[in-house]
Design a protein around this ligand. Structure first.
Ligand code: AMP
Length: 235
């Protein structure tokens, strides 16, 4: 039996970081549907263009297209021993499809791991996050070493939601990911998680597959909790 892990959690809960840890520890690849869709950017066919438009509008891609992309990815050689699903399934219909697809292959979802984080902390992790030119990361709420000052009234038109400008002690102005720059956009993503993805929590809980992890602790602590959990489902 392969190891098929589904990671659930609001953006900012640290799923991506922990997926890397699982990948190196257990040798199964991370499969992120968001990454797979972004990788289609260079294609010019109708389907790829529609996907880019849907993503740009902040909406979900339809289930049939998403499932097809996952089917192709799971058929690849490196996915034979299982995968870490990150950002998929995102709807109950996708979850049903995944279960049926794995059943056909004689496999099943091994565990669904919910990264629990309260939504205000999730907001602050995304909104407060900045980096320097060499990739060093900071957060105005959680990791101020290296930060000289921050201000929120620096938006050129003094519009709200506020934008943040962070000066580093090195003299550099910190860089922000464009999707973290706007407080409204972050709230919209949290709302989307609550309305479309949170029902999956109930779905998997009812099947006895759900395992919750407290994501509001240091990265290494989350990793060791995760390892204990994965080892217990593999045993
Ligand atoms: P992500 O990188 O996971 O935040 O995904 C970026 C975008 O890709 C989403 O906003 C959706 O437009 C699309 N996407 C990713 N995964 C899925 C999915 N499982 N179902 C539908 N759309 C998805």
């Amino acid at each position: 039996m392969g190891l098929y892990l589904v990671l659930l959690g609001v953006q900012g809960a640290g799923k991506g970081e922990q997926a890397k840890f699982i990948q190196t520890t257990y040798g199964i690849p991370q499969v992120s549907t968001g990454d797979l869709f972004r990788a289609m950017k260079t294609r010019t066919d109708d389907l790829a263009r529609r996907i880019q438009e849907t993503m740009a509008a902040g909406k979900l891609i339809d289930d049939a297209t998403t499932n097809e992309v996952v089917r192709e990815r799971l058929a690849m050689d490196d996915a034979k021993g299982g995968v870490i699903l990150d950002g998929y399934p995102r709807t109950p219909a996708q979850a049903e499809w995944l279960e049926a697809h794995l059943r056909e292959k004689g496999e099943r979802v091994s565990a669904v791991i919910l990264f629990k984080l309260d939504y205000y902390t999730a907001f602050k992790r995304a909104f407060g996050r900045v980096s320097d030119a060499s990739g060093g990361t900071y957060n105005i709420y959680y990791n101020r070493d290296g930060i000289a000052s921050d201000s929120m009234d620096a938006h050129p038109e003094k519009q709200f939601p506020p934008r943040l400008v962070v000066k580093l002690k090195s003299g550099e102005t910190a860089i922000r990911r464009p999707d973290d720059a706007d407080a409204n956009a972050i709230i919209k993503r949290i709302d989307t998680f609550i309305s479309t993805t949170a029902p999956l929590i109930e779905h998997y809980d009812a099947k006895g597959l759900l395992h919750a992890i407290n994501a509001d602790q240091p990265i290494e602590d989350v990793s060791s909790e995760l390892k204990a959990l994965i080892d217990s489902v593999r045993a």
